[in-house]
Design a protein around this ligand. Sequence first.
Ligand code: GDP
Ligand code: MG
Length: 162
Amino acid sequence: IQGTIAIVGRPNVGKSTFFNRLIGQRKSIVDDTPGVTRDRIYGEVEWLTKTYRIIDTGGIQIEDQPFAQEINMQVDIAIEEADVIVFLVSCKEGVMTDDIAIAKKLQKSGKPIVLVVNKVDNEKLRLDAYEFYALGLQDPFCVSSAHGIGLGDVLDEITRVM
Ligand code: GDP
Ligand code: MG
C-alpha cells in the first residue's frame, strides 16, 4: 500500500458515495438522511500501479456528540492518519459555514489537500463550483460520484501529491 487517503466533509455532501465509487463496491451505507454512514469506513483503491488505503471519516461517529464536534473529530482523525486528504464539498448547497471551518483546519495541518466539488452531475453545474475558490485552497476538481464522472482526475491528483 502506497499511502492513505482520508475523505472529509460535511454530512450529506456524498462522502460515502464517493468512497464506494473508488473502492468499486457498495461497502459504505449511503442514506438520504444527512450524516448516515454506519458500517464500513476503510477500503482500498487501486489506481494505475498504486494501491491506497481510503478512509470515509463520515463513518467515524461517537454517540451524543454535537454535529460540529463530530466533524471536528473526523477532521482530526483525517489529519492524523492520512497522507492526502480529500475535502469533499457539494455544488448543490454551495459554500457553507462548516466548509469554511473545515478548510481552515485543513490548511493549518499542512497536509496535502485535494478539494473536490461533488454533485457536478452535468456541465452546466461546473459554474457552481467556482464559488469554492473562496475557501482559499487550490483549484477544485469537479466530480459526480453518483454518475462516476471526474474520478480519474482526482486519483491522478492524489497520486501526484501523495
Ligand atoms: P455523506 O453523508 O457525505 O456520506 O453523503 P452520502 O454519500 O450518504 O450521500 C448523501 C446524498 O447525496 C445521497 O442521497 C446521495 O445519493 C447523494 N449524492 C451523492 N453523490 C451525488 C452526486 O454526485 N450527485 C447527486 N445528485 N447526488 C449525490
Ligand atoms: Mg456517509
